[in-house]
Ligand binder design. Structure first.
Ligand code: NDP
Length: 327
């Protein structure tokens, strides 16, 4: 038996609770992992609370991220004792995930724990941090260099935002954060932002084009915010879109794209090919200041994860939440 969060949906409704689960209930997979830590991402918040259609199979163990030690493996790349990390691939959505003491997975989904990180640090990064790095890599791929101008990061006090601000500032970019929490301004500045703007400047319907300011952007919010970010991005600037914390719609016009040559680059972490993941993790090892990662991170036990999931969706959680599944 092992402990895990189990989400059930039946006549009694949608509910999540910590339960004792029999090993025999673990899903198919060629690698069994003794999980040490998981995390809470926005998507895990949606899954645990049922506020978004994330879970597509019941019962489900949530948790899109995990780190742990291989207990058994019939996959040629992994043997018992190896430290591994998993992010995405539908885990916590259609395949049992990381918010449990044990997981059985497809070995193709795993990456070795990068030597630079402890298991806790790998989960402090988690899907949110690895997605932030995918956004940075997309900015670079489209030619955005620090000399081009300011980079805007929305949802700056959240998980993706905190890591994006930290990495971009270490790389020498001038970073401007956007946050709805004035009390977190000093925190966002301590991660490297030169300025923090209020969320309300971006959150309602704006003009098709505004004053050109941003050489690049990392947007986790979507909706009017993404439209306004595109409208104020400079000629040939690049906007990376990875989130929907403010809404899934995109009420924009083509003006920024056809008149200013703005590029809108979509970023997905879930099905991202393994080769790109390995690059992202390697770059995190190089370009993320571990002292800042410490500022970003809070750790909780498995029993606290259900309550904190609701707080996360309410925008009350700062940075990243690591879950010690054995406490
Ligand atoms: P967090 O909850 O940690 O951060 C989201 C932040 O967005 C909040 O802290 C808040 O920042 C801001 N925010 C929340 N609600 C609103 C709102 N209504 N309007 C404007 N801003 C808002 O989540 P994550 O960082 O884990 O994820 C951020 C987004 O990125 C989510 O939508 C998530 O689904 C998406 N995501 C996508 C991935 C992909 O593969 N494409 C992977 C990982 C995440 P502040 O208080 O500073 O304003």
């Amino acid at each position: 038996m092992f402990k895990g969060i189990l989400i059930e949906k039946d006549e009694a409704g949608y509910r999540a609770a910590v339960r004792d689960i029999d090993d025999a209930q673990l899903p198919e997979g060629d690698v069994t992992v003794r999980v040490s830590h998981s995390t809470l991402n926005y998507k895990d918040g949606l899954a645990i609370t049922g506020k978004g259609p994330v879970v597509r199979k019941f019962p489900m163990v949530p948790g899109v991220d995990l780190v742990g030690t291989v207990e058994a493996s019939s996959h040629s790349a992994y043997k018992p004792g190896d430290s591994v990390v998993l992010n995405g691939w539908g885990v916590g959505e259609v395949h049992w995930g990381g918010l449990a003491q044990k997981a059985r997975l497809n070995g193709e989904w795993l990456v070795p724990l990068p030597a630079q990180f402890t298991p806790q640090q790998a989960m402090a990064i988690g899907t949110a941090g690895y997605t932030a790095m995918l956004c940075v890599l997309a900015l670079e791929r489209h030619g955005v260099t620090p000399d081009k101008g300011e980079i805007l990061v929305t949802g700056a006090a959240g998980g993706v935002g905190s890591v994006a601000v930290s990495v971009l500032s270490k790389l020498g970019y001038t970073v401007v954060g956007v946050s709805g929490r004035p009390e977190e301004s000093d925190y966002v500045k301590s991660l490297g932002a030169s300025e923090v703007l209020d969320r309300s400047l971006f959150s309602s319907a704006g003009k098709p084009l505004g004053r050109e300011r941003w050489a690049g952007a990392v947007d986790v919010v979507g909706s009017h915010t993404l439209a306004n970010v595109c409208a104020t991005t400079s000629y040939r600037g690049v906007v990376t879109a990875c989130g929907l914390a403010g809404g899934m719609d995109f009420p924009s016009s083509v003006a920024p794209f056809i008149l200013r040559g703005v590029t809108l680059a979509g970023v997905d972490s879930v099905m991202c090919p393994r080769s790109d993941r390995l690059v992202a993790w390697q770059r995190l090892g190089q370009d993320l200041d571990l002292a800042k990662l410490g500022l970003i991170t809070n750790e909780i036990g498995l029993g606290e994860a259900i309550a904190v999931a609701s707080q996360l969706l309410e925008g009350k959680v700062r940075g990243r939440v690591v879950v010690d599944v054995n406490r």
